[in-house]
Design a protein around this ligand. Structure first.
Ligand SMILES: *Cc1c(COP(=O)(O)O)cnc(C)c1O
Length: 380
């Protein structure tokens, strides 16, 4: 079967994201043995490129590729870096911050949560109080909250955490490849990412960056599991390998895409393109009667934008009418994060909708999408 039985939609959701034809084609490159020298030819450059994309080539951070997804990397950080007699403080500004807390509890860790309202960023005064109150050994937070389009000030938050004598584990799943990642400058202990968001690859690998301090700490933590043990993972990563058998098609694509990002597009240009799209959506929202940006100025994500719909627009309008009309135009529209919209509807608040503008989406593609979306929303 060579012809696809499925339609091609331009994905303007917040992951998985649009994959360029060149990267789709790289999935057809030869399969290989993951303990053979051919493996090195893919993963050695890819791991180096990932460090470059994270701005941490020379700072002692070690990159790891997990089979799984962003969650796999996040859960490994909990299993490997939080000891049983310690407290982990999970700081959350939305659904993905809540996910880190859920993982900590599900793994039997002594976890407390500091929760800010959806749409808000981490308030540093409140964080400082919580650090004093709970004296955590480990703090988790979300760099770029995909459920609300809020980006936290990673460097400042990590500094507060470090000043309190704790280690910071950062969920950067929707940030890496589209948002500046001040890895070394922040001093975070672990940074988690994945392939299917701003790196514009299919899903299938989690990515972790492990600091030397985190590596030393893991030695002291019991019951790290097997695939969730970052030391097991690091042992293989040092040989440019994955701990378990990787998806060869995705490995070929990871090589092709990270070479493109580092050597063809350039990391600075890629980040500038995302910043341009952030501004582009902001200007479009200003032209859309009744629609507002959710995130406060200074905390608006370069990889996605979350809008508040005007009163009178319902969740059903977005999930059915808008989504299906956009599908007929060849797009996949994002009607907002389900749980957040359900709770807003209960409180009588208008729903949120999201526009993903990450990865390899271009300002031209985005302009076309916004024009079509504007027309559909105006017709509600
Ligand atoms: C998508 C996402 C996750 C979950 O990642 P998976 O790759 O689906 O496991 C976690 N955190 C954030 C911020 C995300 O955007």
């Amino acid at each position: 079967m060579s012809e696809s039985p499925f339609p091609r939609l331009a994905l303007f959701i917040t992951g998985p994201t649009y994959v360029r034809p060149e990267i789709r084609a790289a999935a057809q490159w030869p399969e290989f043995g993951h303990r053979d020298a051919e493996n090195d030819r893919r993963f050695a450059p890819a791991l180096g490129n990932l460090l470059t994309i994270a701005g941490a080539r020379a700072d002692g951070y070690e990159p790891v590729i997990f089979n799984g997804s962003g969650s796999t990397a996040m859960e490994a950080s909990i299993r490997s870096l939080v000891a049983d007699n310690e407290t982990v403080l999970n700081v959350s500004v939305g659904a993905f911050g809540d996910l880190y807390h859920k993982m900590a509890k599900a793994n039997g860790k002594n976890a407390v949560q500091l929760r800010f309202e959806n749409g808000q960023a981490i308030d540093q005064v409140v964080l400082r109080q919580a650090l004093n109150e709970h004296a955590p050994a480990v703090v988790t937070f979300t760099h770029n909250e995909t459920s609300t389009g809020v980006v936290n000030d990673m460097t400042r938050v990590c500094k507060l955490v470090r000043d309190a004598g704790a280690m910071a584990l950062v969920d950067g799943v929707s940030a890496l490849g589209g948002t500046p990642v001040p890895l070394a400058e922040s001093g975070c202990a672990f940074y988690a990412a994945s392939t299917q968001k701003a790196l514009a690859l299919p899903a299938g690998f989690g990515i972790g960056f492990v600091s030397p301090e985190a590596k030393a700490k893991a030695e002291t933590v019991d019951n790290r599991g097997h695939a969730s043990d970052i030391l097991n993972q690091l042992g293989r990563a040092a040989k440019n390998q994955t701990l378990t058998t990787p998806n060869c098609a995705l490995a070929n694509q990871l090589y092709a895409q990270t070479e493109h990002i580092v050597n063809t597009e350039g990391v600075e240009n890629r980040l500038a393109r995302h910043e341009q799209m952030r501004r582009q959506v902001k200007e479009w929202v200003a032209s859309m009667d009744g629609y507002e940006l959710l995130a406060p100025s200074g905390h608006r994500s370069p990889t996605l934008t979350c809008l508040v719909a005007p009163d009178g627009v319902s969740v059903a309008d977005l999930k059915k009418t808008v989504k299906e009309q956009m599908r007929r135009k060849g797009y996949l529209f994002d009607p907002g994060y389900g749980k957040i919209n359900a709770s807003r509807e209960e409180k009588g608040l208008a729903p949120l909708l999201r526009i993903g503008h990450m990865g390899d989406i271009t300002p031209d593609m985005l302009a076309g999408y916004l024009q079509d979306l504007g027309g559909v929303l105006a017709g509600l």
